[in-house]
Design a protein around this ligand. Sequence first.
Ligand SMILES: Nc1ncnc2c1ncn2[C@@H]1O[C@H](COP(=O)(O)OP(=O)(O)OP(=O)(O)O)[C@@H](O)[C@H]1O
Ligand SMILES: [Mg+2]
Length: 522
Amino acid sequence: MAKMGDMWGQLGSVMASMMFAYAMFKQFFPDNLGDILEKYGQKLVAYVYPYIQITFDEYDSDFHRRSEVYSAIQSYLSTKSSTRAKRLKAHEVKGSKALVLGMDDNEEVTDEFEGIKLWWASKKSASKKTSFSFFPEYDDRKMYKLTFHRRHRDVVMGSYLDHVRQEGKAIAVKNRQRKLYINNTGKGTKWSHVVFEHPATFETLAMDPKEKQSIINDLLKFGKGKDYYKKIGKAWKRGYLLYGPPGTGKSTMISAISNLMNYDVYDLELTAVKDNTELRKLLIDISGKAIIVIEDIDCSLDLTGQRKNKKVEEAKDGDEKDQILKKKEEEENTTSKVTLSGLLNFIDGIWSACGGERLIVFTTNYVDKLDPALIRRGRMDKHIKLSYCCYEAFKVLARNYLDLETHELFGTIERLLGETDMTPADVAENLMPKSDVEDAESCLKNLIEALEAAKEAARVKAEEEAKQKAEEEAKLKAEEEGKLKAEKEEKEKKDESTKEEVKCNGTLAEKVKENGVTPLII
Ligand SMILES: Nc1ncnc2c1ncn2[C@@H]1O[C@H](COP(=O)(O)OP(=O)(O)OP(=O)(O)O)[C@@H](O)[C@H]1O
Ligand SMILES: [Mg+2]
């Protein structure tokens, strides 16, 4: 094909020379000979050369930046060339975790799409520098050339080029280094980032296997859901609420999601966001293929504003009111003014649809504390409870930490896990060998000891609680009885004094009868 291309290139040069000669000596030829030559020349070339060529330059000369299409083709061809091209070139691409292999200059690879054959060639031409320029395209022009038969024009224009672009982008995303973004107070509305390399995966995550698989399926379906979300008219995003006691794997699951989906993580610290406007600005800066995380959502958002106002209204005394208002003002100057409605807009508002393919994850230890509006389905689509370590979860940890699939002590551990609550974090800690001499069995024994201690501690705590409850009940009963007794005594006293009064009134009446005078009562 390369040779064939050269041959046709030479024919083109001959045609161009003929046109040039004609331009020079045009006064010696009939007037319309130029048009005739051009018309028939093109027809001849088209007749004998049935191929179409498209060139993709490395730099967009209009925008003076690397062309996105060129980068996508480079990634697309990296997979083809590494298996098909003979001369390869390795180069480092910014943000990519590995070296990218591409075909060397003037190398060619063949591609097939829907049964048609296409040829890609990488070209480099050093053009003469006529003026000073910062942009490399003027000195060293690199490009990809795509050649295909003209009868495939519709397929190439209709779907092949789009396929190359999409595939290329997907390959680049797969190879890129993922990042963890954080927003900090000093930076105002800006995100700063570090490379994200957390080893947690769903494989190492200890939880009920059925539930784990259902989460994986849900995520994979979401990742492939672009057309589906478009069809149902919903922004391509999904909310996950992870809740459960500390150390049950909420943060670990976020890393596992990022590793599964190849998404960047945006760890949003709400308390560092000044107000709703700043929150919106941060949202706009979030790219697609991202997980937006708000950890401990119950602590992040200060929804106590209404309560504070209530306190002000309730305060009777003027000084007290002033003090509360002053404290409130001080707090407002230092803390975030993001409101619940601001946050709801962040998740659901019109701006939240910009970018697409985003997961929003909230974590909390206290799901009951959250405003129902914040976590209703449709907003937080999937609620995942991460709980104490069950036997299935333990087996995952034993495999991860001790390379054990089974052991005679597993039975005891299963029984103990059924009887007492221990977080996966604590189980994991006990399974971790503390020295080089500690083997798997002694780690399991450590866990059994810890489980028995936890069971005993839970029993003592339950006993203490029961004792305390009984004491409180007895106290309440005694108070109740005391109250009843006091009431009874009060009543008896009252009855006594009524009797006295009646007696006294009777004596007076007798006296009036006797003397015929009305006594003076003081
Ligand atoms: N389900 C789990 N599977 C595997 N490891 C776990 C799991 N849960 C906890 N761990 C281990 O315990 C450590 C702490 O877990 P993690 O930070 O994920 O807990 P958390 O639920 O986010 O806690 P918190 O509510 O305090 O933020 C992790 O580094 C991990 O090693
Ligand atoms: Mg956590």
